[in-house]
Design a protein around this ligand. Sequence first.
Ligand code: ASP
Ligand code: MG
Length: 403
Amino acid sequence: MLIVKKFGGSSVANKERIFNVARRCVEDYKKGHDVVVVLSAMGKTTDELIAMAKNINPNASKRELDMLLTTGEQVSVSLMAMAMQAMDVSAVSLNAFQVAMNCTSRYGNARFKRIDSERIMNELDARKIVIVTGFQGINKYGDYATLGRGGSDTTAVALAAALHADKCEIYTDVDGVFTADPRVVSDARKIEEITYDEMLELATSGAKVLHSRSVELAKKYGVQMVVRSSLNESEGTTVKEVVKMEKMLVTGVASDKNTARISVLGVEDKPGIAFKVFQKLAKNSINIDIILQSVGRDGSKDISFTVAEDDLEEAINVLEENKEALTIKEIKHNARVAKVAIVGAGMMSNPGVASQMFEALYNSNININMISTSEIRITVLIDEKDVDRAVQAIHEKFALGEV
Ligand code: ASP
Ligand code: MG
């Protein structure tokens, strides 16, 4: 069996943890399996590297930032190989160049294009454990580019697909995917099985446990993922296409404070305005989430939408620069908002789920700013200060803590 095992930063944060991971990998190796290990940077290394860069130059170029950030993973993979060698197991660490993991050119947010399997296969044939740097690829300029924060999950799934692995295990410091963030909701429950679509909606709604791109890739290539703890033997959560039917309407609730609302007021009520506003933002790679347009009155209307808080400044600049062309009278923004979303395949065929969610918020005296839905998700935009209370009230309302 060929197994890809990915370990997050906290799982390799120190010597003891590194040997713990080495031991878990060697166990599978000694059973005769081929083992490919993907690692993140140790502990808070990536955050520290970002802080170092900011300290030198707050406007550091994205190329140099990626050059710096990719060193974090290179430290953890080489130390891991040394740990395994200390246990008399042959192991080799490889970075994105050595494997040849090709990605798109965008620094800080690259996507894999093609991964060579030859080098890894040769090393596995030589009975080595292969340890690969997560989070990085090589772009067409021959530079390192990173995949976005949390991107090592995506490296693991991409490798599992490229190598036709039998298993892809994502090890982290929690027991799996939960019905809500256990730090916020004390009776949050571990989910046994979840569909790709539900997991994708949760990940894009702020659940940090998996990089959303990794779930997209897993769905595309049919890679079954297991999310489990590196610190115990608990079974974890399986992410796959079809799961056994649960009676639950709602599978989980997620929240995201990294959200800001922008309103453009008084734009002309005629065809093409929304198109031009969002085209300008798209050209600057600004992702839009929830959109709300008011009913036109006296020939003008308002459009509100949300963006990631990190993109707020740039979005405002783009709109200000094009204010006249876009017929905008006034631009307003608010960064102190957050999204709360419920996700569940069960809501597709059951009416009344939205009203139950809104009732939970009403009973907690929480005001809703905006609403957006997909077939299996309902998202509301609320005040940032109400987020934890909202998540708790919704979790309770749908009895998500009960099996
Ligand atoms: N080290 C990177 C980060 O902290 C990638 C990862 O951990 O997946 O975002
Ligand atoms: Mg992660």
